[in-house]
Write a protein that binds this ligand. Sequence first.
Ligand SMILES: Nc1ncnc2c1ncn2[C@@H]1O[C@H](COP(=O)(O)OP(=O)(O)OP(=O)(O)O)[C@@H](O)[C@H]1O
Ligand SMILES: [Mg+2]
Length: 492
Amino acid sequence: MEVLKDLELLVLSRYSIIAVETYEEERIEEILRRIAAKLGIPLFMWTVTRGLERVGAGNPIYDSQHPLKALGNLAAIPDEGIYLFKDLHRYLGEADVVRRLQDLARPFAKDRRALVLAAPQITLPPELEKITAFFRLDLPTEHELKILAKNVVKNLSQSHKIKVALSSDEFDRLVEGMKGLTLFEAERALTKAVIEDLALTLKDLDSILETKRALLEKDGVLEYFPAEEGMGEIGGLENLKRWLAKRKKAFTPEAKRFGIPAPKGIILLGVQGCGKSMAAKAIAREWGLPLLTMEPGRLYDKYVGESDKNLEKALTQAERMAPCVLMIDEIEKGFAYGGSSEADAGLSKRIFGRLLGWLQERKTSVFVVATCNQIEALPPELIRKGRFDEIFFIDLPRQDERKEIFRAHLRKRKREPAAFDLDGLAHASEGFSGAEIEQAVVSALYTAFAHGADLDTPLVLDEIKATRPLSVTRQEEVAALRAWASGRAVPA
Ligand SMILES: Nc1ncnc2c1ncn2[C@@H]1O[C@H](COP(=O)(O)OP(=O)(O)OP(=O)(O)O)[C@@H](O)[C@H]1O
Ligand SMILES: [Mg+2]
């Protein structure tokens, strides 16, 4: 591996600090472990929670959590070694830390000693620039993953009889499925998938996607849905569908070459149950991209600083998975000002600010779909041009749209829509949301089953008559939303 050789050279070079920009903490650790073993020198690791410790030795050095103390220890240990400092990038703005690092430069330049900083992003003060070598450890490219996959099969074949049954197209799909994983994660996932049935087939893709999902969900901030094929059945929303169809190829390399900027995202505003979440999922499916969903409420943590970290993690993960669709569901709930206390308000303000910044600057192809059903709660900065491409308002479905929705849900339950009076049903369900229409169909299905009959128009009509839709029970809210949307949002 090139990376290993390059980093080894840097350890031996006159640079005393090596700044590695990477999302893959584990991978850099493993690489340094190998280099240290090869050179026959120890590897030390420092984190702000555990302090400085020799890897494999058991206990950290007493009282070395504080960065200055840890660096003081380094000055006192004259031995050769690689010192991986994991959280130090957060202290590079402090004068005493910078001074300590400058003082270490001379002894470190001479020996086989190196201080390694590792973090997704490292900003150095000018004093340290000359003594630091920068190194970027990117996530593996498709090409690297391809090589990895071939190697995994080759290595496993030495000890097992592995059956390979994949076309070259299928092999590419498998490799694409590994994108976003680090090399180590990809290797582990693929090995596990192949070992299970001693074969490399397209079935392994499911297993890999499953691993990927589990890894992403381990942190509990995002949910992952792999890319599926085919557009789901959505009744109506013709404007939105057209908008999306036009941008379908916008994430491809061809589009980039053509000079098309990747679309940023949309806000879907609408009454409850009108299909906002459903539309977000359909977008991912239509574009063949994986979907990540974030519930802002889940970012909040009772510990100070954890909420910020959760957001950071979520954004990082989304960027890792790019191109992808990121749905921020009910964005108003997580980022609206006015928590129950001053502290809450401050926190949500900060988190919100960070999210705004990210929406503005992000360079990777993450298409954001933010859903919202309470526009007053949203701060105006969010809606400003530049952060989203468009705001769509999903109103209650019209007569023809309701017909479509009935058709979709009848078909979904394996009923022939032509056998129903769709016009009559659509007419009777004026003011119903898509969710309420679905509910009427499902309830009628239960009734029919209980009576030993099949589903028919009168049964569905009965359910419709028994329902008081939200548009009636919460008339004012719906009216306010419509009033706001008119002129500001595009009808979906
Ligand atoms: N236009 C539609 N066509 C077909 N089905 C629909 C439509 N709108 C809503 N539905 C049905 O209603 C269900 C609920 O919709 P969805 O969860 O997407 O609504 P929502 O707008 O996200 O609501 P909420 O504001 O409560 O999150 C969907 O799973 C779908 O079955
Ligand atoms: Mg929803």
